[in-house]
Ligand binder design. Structure first.
Ligand code: NAD
Ligand code: ZN
Ligand code: ZN
Length: 393
């Protein structure tokens, strides 16, 4: 079958590889009909996430039809049309039972690697390095889904693939980022990063009652998409204005009530602090470039919330943690507990509150992956989100 493989940093190819097989009675095999490229995949391609191996199949945002099930599956069956959360959950451990499925204690066979770095591990993740289990991803014609009864979520035929595909990751991720803020009526939310996660964080902040969102990026098409989400939105190009000054003046000197970092470890920036991060990261003296996160810490109003869906991989330098402590900020973050959002967010889509397909700007086949990855990485041609359709006849 065809699959999109990570062959080394900056080397993504569509390869012919063997089809997956059932290896555990709780598995299912899904024939993939739609799969997306995520900003998290860019961290892999750029070589910032350790423990990738040449030939690893990429992709953690995918959906399709179940074509085979193991003998112990009870809930899902052949023929079901399903979306699959990027976090792999057993459904039975303490974290799963309490809705913290991205922290499932049973699905990462390589937890020891993460424990060395972080003290504890996340759940297994599809297509996201050996540190998170080495599971083959879904940018392929077929994918094996472990714990299929928990991981396969049926979606109605009345909705298109592009309307439900983003339930696998970025819609719940943006929603959880906004929910983590504890938004009250009248609140102002600042969102750094207008990529797919930022766009869903903006939309979710409004759904949860924010009065105004201030969206920060530098890519014109992404700022325009952010602006188009609501008349109340103000956008800032961080290369054109002093973000901290603007945020102060837009909030009467107080600072935003909540600050969402939807940028993560590959932030860009201007001036000395950005040059400092770039050089230290190149020399491997720092793993991440937390430019946006630092700014969010300084910008946030006293008593406000810092919500961080952006991915960080390790050790961050020159963090103004004194600002977090002295201003009494609440810090909330995490890989998304996707499973807990599937039903409520599907209801929002079904009910017409949101049509997540607004995010898709580029489409193609698995063979187009190298070009699509490049276009998404460089944010060319107004690219916000790429969807590939394997098995499209
Ligand atoms: P993306 O790369 O498409 O978007 C990031 C955006 O940030 C870009 O538009 C870029 O121009 C902008 N940016 C860079 N530096 C900035 C700065 N200093 N200020 C403001 N904007 C800046 O990625 P995405 O798909 O939207 O994902 C965003 C982040 O969320 C990534 O780190 C990704 O790994 C992470 N993510 C986390 C989860 C989770 O479970 N927590 C899930 C999905 C994605
Ligand atoms: Zn993702
Ligand atoms: Zn579990």
């Amino acid at each position: 079958m065809k699959a999109v493989c990570w062959m080394g940093p900056k080397d993504v190819r569509c390869e012919d590889i063997p089809e997956p097989r059932i290896v555990n009675p709780r598995d299912a095999i899904v024939r993939v009909t739609a799969t997306a490229i995520c900003g998290s995949d860019l961290h892999l391609v750029n070589g910032y996430i350790p423990s990738m191996q040449s030939g690893d199949v990429l992709g953690h945002e995918f959906m399709g039809e179940i074509v085979e099930v193991g003998s112990s599956t009870t809930r899902v069956k052949v023929g079901d049309r399903v979306v699959v959360p990027f976090t792999i959950a057993c459904g039975n451990c303490e974290n799963c039972v309490n809705g913290r499925t991205s922290l499932c204690e049973n699905t990462n066979p390589n937890a020891w690697m993460a424990e060395k770095l972080f003290g504890h591990s996340t759940s297994g993740l599809f297509g996201y390095s050996h540190m998170t289990g080495g599971y083959a991803g879904g940018q392929a014609e077929y994918v094996r889904v472990p714990h299929a009864d928990v991981g396969c979520f049926k979606v109605p035929d009345t909705l298109t693939d592009e309307q439900v595909l983003f339930l696998t990751d970025i819609f719940p991720t943006g929603y959880m980022a906004a929910e983590n803020c504890g938004i009250a009526p009248g609140d102002i939310v600042a969102v750094w990063g207008c990529g797919p996660v930022g766009q869903f964080a903006i939309r979710s902040a409004y759904m949860l009652g924010a009065e105004q969102v201030i969206a920060i990026d530098r890519v014109p098409a992404r700022l325009e998409m952010a602006r188009s989400q609501s008349d109340a939105t103000v956008v800032l190009d961080y290369e054109e204005v002093d973000v901290l000054d603007e945020l102060r003046s837009l909030t009467g000197g107080r600072g935003p009530d909540h600050c969402i970092d939807a940028v993560g470890l590959e932030a860009h920036g201007t001036g000395f602090m950005f040059a400092y991060d770039k050089v230290k990261q190149m020399l491997k003296l720092e793993q991440d470039r937390p430019y946006a996160l630092r700014q969010a810490m300084i910008a946030c109003r006293p008593g406000g919330t810092l919500s961080v869906p952006g991915v960080y991989g390790g050790f961050l330098d020159k963090m103004p943690f004194g600002a977090v402590m002295n201003k009494g900020l609440t810090l909330r973050t995490g890989q998304t507990h996707v499973h807990r959002y599937l039903e409520p967010l599907l209801a929002r889509i079904d009910g017409g509150d949101i049509d997540p397909s607004f995010i898709v700007t580029h489409r193609g086949s698995l063979e187009d992956a190298p070009h699509l990855y490049d276009t998404f990485m460089e944010k060319r041609e107004g690219c916000v989100k790429c969807v590939m359709t394997p098995n499209a006849d």
